[in-house]
Write a protein that binds this ligand. Structure first.
Ligand code: SAM
Length: 306
């Protein structure tokens, strides 16, 4: 991937092989290179305070809830009683923030590769984690997510994968393969459910379809769904998988009822009506999903062309 950084006045984010978005940097809070990735916490014009990893915006205060609520709540509400939850990645702490809104949750294990990024977010991005790193129900483990899931079995009701996109040479490409999803399934208690962020289905439809097909090799019920995130330059995709539960089968009325009985904090994005919209996939994306049959393995990974 090409990361072009002009001395903190602008960043250029490459969103496909031939397109980039130029963003004006208003203020820098932290910037360095960890063992795994280049990171920047900065105020970006139009987006607000943001985390940028390897030149790619990960979260911005202006619209991060469009992403984090979409990632977390459909699968959490599909499971009847999620008590133990695994979060892989999610270094800025906003994914665990949403998980803790569910009254049933007793224990959250968050596994992120990068101590330096997590530590810097904990110190400099309280707008995003809102204190979730200090919740006594959290166990934070600094480790590679792939290694962690291969070392544990039969524990979690819900597993949420919130790692960086699969890019050539990036730290998370081994977390989008069939072998990974089999190991992830093995971490689940009976009838657990997983969700993974699944890149932009408008910018990278083929990779989104491959993630959906790969999850479908491991779980009987799989659904692809979308949200819109301005900070990610358009539509964003997710894939949920389980042998028993499917958020796509829940209607707006059921979602409203589940929110009112099971979520003990305010939501800014997700409700029954929004759920229906997220699971109504536009025709061109449905067409790609029905046409592409490929899936990813450790020896044949799918990566974004940037
Ligand atoms: N929603 C974001 C996106 O796609 O733009 C992802 C946000 S979150 C900040 C990404 C996190 O994944 C980072 O904190 C990074 O350290 C973590 N990560 C990358 N590779 C990983 C791996 N192999 N195991 C665990 N965490 C990983």
């Amino acid at each position: 991937m090409r990361v072009m950084t002009l001395p903190w006045k602008f960043i250029v984010e490459w969103i496909s092989a031939g397109e980039g978005v130029i963003r004006s940097v208003e203020k820098v809070y932290a910037s360095s290179r960890s063992e795994y990735q280049e990171y920047l916490i900065a105020e970006l014009y139009g987006l607000g305070k943001s985390l940028i990893l390897d030149g790619k915006v990960q979260s911005s205060t202006s619209d991060e809830y469009w992403y984090h609520e979409a990632l977390v709540h459909p699968v959490m509400l599909s499971h009847p009683n999620p008590r133990r939850v695994l979060v892989i990645g999610g270094g800025e702490g906003a994914t665990i923030r949403e998980v803790f809104k569910h009254c049933s949750v007793k224990e959250v294990v968050m596994v992120d590769l990068d101590y330096e990024v997590v530590h810097t977010c904990r110190e400099s991005l309280s707008e995003l984690h809102q204190g979730s790193f200090y919740d006594p129900r959290l166990e934070l483990i600094i480790s590679d997510g792939r290694k962690f899931v291969e070392s544990i079995s039969g524990v979690f009701d819900v597993a949420i994968v919130d790692v960086v996109d699969p890019i050539e040479g990036g730290p998370a490409t081994a977390l989008y393969t069939e072998e990974f999803y089999r190991a992830l399934k093995n971490t689940l208690a009976e009838n657990g459910i997983i969700v993974t962020q699944a890149v932009s289905p408008s910018l990278h439809p083929r990779v989104h379809a491959i993630i959906r097909n790969t999850v479908a090799r491991v779980f009987r019920k799989v659904s692809s769904y979308i949200t819109y995130v301005r900070s990610y330059n358009g539509l964003w995709g997710f894939v949920a998988g389980s042998d028993k539960y499917n958020p796509a089968e829940l209607d707006a009325t059921k979602i409203e009822q589940l929110i009112s009985t099971r979520i003990c904090a305010e939501l800014k994005f997700y409700d029954g009506y929004t759920h229906q919209w997220m699971f109504s996939i536009p025709k061109p994306i449905r067409e790609v999903l029905s046409r592409i049959k490929d899936y990813a393995t450790d020896t044949n990974k799918a990566v974004l062309q940037l």
